[in-house]
Design a protein around this ligand. Sequence first.
Ligand code: FAD
Length: 512
Amino acid sequence: MFLSCFTAKLNLCSDFPITKSTSSLTTLHLDGYFNFEDISHVAEDFGKQYHYYPLAVLHPSSVSDIATTINHIFHMGPYSELTVAARGNGHSTHGQSQAYNGLVIKMESLSRPEMKVHTGEVSFIDVSSGELWINVLHESLKYGLTPKSWTDYLYLTVGGTLSNAGIGGQAFKHGPQISNVYQLEVVTGKGEVKLCSEKQNPDLFYAVLGGLGQFGIITRARIALQPAPKMVKWIRVVYTDFFLFTKDQEHLTSLKNTFDYVEGFVIINRTGVFNKWRSSFKPRDPVGANEFISDQSDGKTLFCLEVAKYFNPNETNIANEEVEFLLSQLNFRPSTLFLSEVSYLEFLDRVHTSEINLRSKGLWEVPHPWLNLLIPRSKIHEFAQGVFGNIVTDSSNGLILIFPVNKSKWDNRTSAVIPDEAIFYQVAFLSSALPSGKGIGSLEHIVNQNRRILEFCQRTHIGMKRYLAHYTSQREWKSHFGAQWETFIKRKSCYDPLAILAPGQRIFKKAT
Ligand code: FAD
């Protein structure tokens, strides 16, 4: 597997001859422009394992630039080899936003029309799809409003996360980000510009949500808003028992009046991690917390429940009471209650703080062989027993997230693939490979570990579905989609019949 990662890495030279089909692009009348030279930056992503060089990069200034270009390629038909990948912020990990010998569209260039908040009985914000979620947040907050569902990191584009799902600690309550969109503007694989929503072109709307960029390029999105809180009580508690940890997570995510955010992570052989918390969190019982920490000799597996309660300063007492009431129902180790109070913005943007820190140490721009799994609730214990402390014996390569999500908050008309159970867990192995090195922490070690986790899931028929999936053959994709495959193919032939779009997902091959 390690070898195959590297054979897949196509370090092709960037001074490719401009072919007939690319030179025909130069005849198009656009508001923006093509760049045929400065292309290497789109031949990489956050994963830093795949490098597919395109022939050109489009910097669109208008939706019509995108429509004109795709329409042109569509009408060249099988005579053109060109495929087209929309690139959000390039934070995929397996080349999904790249286009080998194709055209990459830099969605961030499409900054018009400007973001617009609409307030009323139903509030929403209209944004260009290349907009980063952090900017969407800033703009919404000006009106005292906020989107409801978040990813943990906000330097991702609206189009990029809506093409996947956008799962975070609010998803149990509000669903993923794809459940919080009212309307999209899409350019299909035929170059047609379409507005779609639950009522208008619904099949296209649901196809595109979680559609891995296969059916159209999202150019604009209308995102649901709600009143924004000012402050957040941010809490971490620790468990030594996986059963109690998941029992409490599921309890909290089943309540109506509960925390606003529920996540969790696994700490394996890494008790030193508690010292890092001290800069942001205060233990309620410092002596007990110290005793607990010094008791945890390395080698142990611990589980941290992370929750947050939103509140406004004039409601502090009520928020405190609610938090105490919820905590009183839980089974964590009592001395491990760590508390913090931060602004809403600071809470949502928390990963950016880690990014700045990692960048300063040269540890951000490293390979990220991430593995994201969705595990049915009925199998989460079998999964934990087989994987934590066995296949994964150390979590110092990066965070291992684990938290439950309610299927009822997902719309089964979207293209997103999830396990067929009322509750399933998002389990994310967010590893960073050491810039150089062999053994534990090396890219080879992590890729091998991921392979063993996947083999374990297959061997034990755990019914897992991959999130942000990466497969190399259509047979694997077919199995991934299962019963949804027929619909997926029908939608592809309807909206992108020549398979021009999102070649980096490696689901369909363009007919030439
Ligand atoms: P890109 O990587 O640029 O694109 C992703 C795919 O979508 C590509 O196939 C691309 O062609 C397609 N695409 C991009 N824009 C469009 C568009 N406008 N129209 C159609 N197709 C398009 N995910 C979660 O769900 N929850 C998290 O909490 C979370 N945290 C993350 C934290 C970090 C640090 C990172 C790096 C990633 C995280 N992700 C998370 C994963 C992230 O949601 C996906 O990788 C997402 O695709 C990244 O968005 P992007 O804008 O960089 O998209």
